[in-house]
Structure formats: C-alpha cells, structure tokens
Design a binder for this molecule. Structure first.
Ligand SMILES: [Zn+2]
Length: 253
C-alpha cells in the first residue's frame, strides 16, 4: 500500500488496503465511533490493515492519544457493516469511521483514558469542521447497528464530548418510577415511542408492537444517551430523554 498524506495533521499514516469509492456525492456527513473490542491495540490495528480482514476505519485512536490514519477521508472505509440511520443504509459511504482502542465488553469495559478521549475530541472537531458534519450525526456504531453491535459501549463519555463541542446530548432525565413499556407491550404509546426513535434516526419500524427489534433500538438509545441503565425497557427517564433530545435538534428549535 502506498502512503498518503494524513487529512488530520496530527495523525500518523499506516495505510490499510481495505477501502473503495464512496457512493453518492462522495462527501461524508456523519462520524461513527467504535471500540476495537480486542485485548491489544497493536493486534486491532494490524487486523484493520490486513487484506484478509476486509475491514478498516479511517482513523485509529490509541490509548495514549496517538492517532493513526488508515484510509484517506475521501475514500469509503469498511467499518459500519449492515447498518441504518435516517433511512440511509450505506453508512460506510456517508461516514468517517473512528476505531478507539478499548477491550470493550469482552474485556470488562475498561475506562477510556483521558488522553485518548482528548484525542477523539480533537479528531472529531477537525473532521466535523472540514466536512461540516452536524453534531447530531456523530454517532455510535451501536446507534446504526443495534442488537448486532454494542460499541463504543455504555461507558463511552458522550457527555464529556458534548461539553467539548462534539455530538448531540442532553443530561439524561433521572431514573424514577412510573409507567414503562417493554417487549410484548402494544398500543398507541408504543407507536409514539417508535415514532420518536425513528424521527431521531434509528431504524425503528412503527408497528405499535414492542418487538425484540424495538427493544434493541431502546437499548442502543440507552447505551448512548441514558447510560446508567441499559435494559431495553422504555421507562419514563428513557422516553423523556429521547423527547428532550428531539426538542433540542436544530430543526425543531
Ligand atoms: Zn464497531
């Protein structure tokens, strides 16, 4: 693989052969954050650069905050897989993928070191500015591929990113008692919940039935926006947080 000039000036370049042409207008308008989910960062990085893996990302952020670029931003990296957001299914064509070295759920969800999060913030600000990416389009892999994917996980500090100007976020509504909806429930309130998830961007089908897929979407939402409890049950805290996020979207204000 021939080297290229890094789009993010602070990045080192380690080219991956795994990329192609972006479909559509060729411009990324979202950022997808991942964790590697592997015990070692070196192992994860070398896997993303191996022809046989058929996976890649644009960037790789080490625990010490060093950033490596694997694929030029103008090219389509292979990180999202089968996914959907706002009805769009070729997320690889429309996104920049960032892999964050972290052992993830298989490794007991270790904390993300400060230096690593600072690097992710700097990288997202830089990409976001260069491509004019809307804050609400900085998303988790789990948002675009619920059930199938759980990264970067419920310990990823989205609130901290937001305070630094990255992503969309409201302080989650505290967990309290009250009415809730879960798998097997049906009716108008379930339909309303599904509509809200779908308007926000999730691939939720509006059926009025709280299906296993709806449960997966609720859990993905919680993993990003109401991290204290990720159980797929739509309690008041979950629904109210979702409602407040929708209200905080620029087109609603
Ligand atoms: Zn991922």
């Amino acid at each position: 693989m021939s080297a290229f000039t890094a789009d993010f000036s602070a990045a080192l370049v380690q080219p991956s052969p795994n990329h192609g042409e972006r479909a559509g207008d060729g411009k990324p308008d979202m950022i997808i954050l991942h964790y590697t989910g592997m015990p070692s960062a070196e192992g994860a990085l070398s896997w993303l650069c191996r022809d046989e893996s058929q996976v890649s990302s644009h960037y790789f952020v080490n625990e010490d905050g060093t950033v490596v670029q694997l694929v030029p931003e103008a090219r389509r990296a292979w990180h999202a897989g089968k996914s959907v957001w706002k009805g769009e299914r070729d997320i690889n064509s429309s996104s920049i993928g960032i892999e964050i070295a972290n052992a993830g759920h298989p490794g007991g969800l270790p904390d993300f070191p400060d230096r690593q999060i600072e690097a992710v913030i700097g990288l997202c600000l830089d990409c976001g500015q260069r491509w004019a990416i809307a804050p609400e389009r900085v998303l988790a892999h789990s948002d675009v591929a619920p059930i199938r994917k759980v990264d970067p996980g419920e310990k990823f500090p989205w609130g901290r990113l937001h305070r630094a100007g990255v992503g969309h976020w409201v302080e989650p509504t505290p967990i309290a008692g009250g009415r809730f909806f879960q798998r097997g429930d049906a009716g108008q309130p379930v339909e309303a919940l599904q509509s809200m998830l779908s308007i926000y961007g999730y691939g939720t089908e509006i059926t009025g039935e709280f299906s296993p897929e709806t449960e997966g979407d609720v859990a993905a939402f919680q993993r990003h926006f109401r991290q204290e409890r990720v159980d797929g049950i739509a309690d008041f805290s979950t629904i109210d947080t979702l409602h407040r996020l929708l209200t905080a979207l620029p087109q609603y204000s």
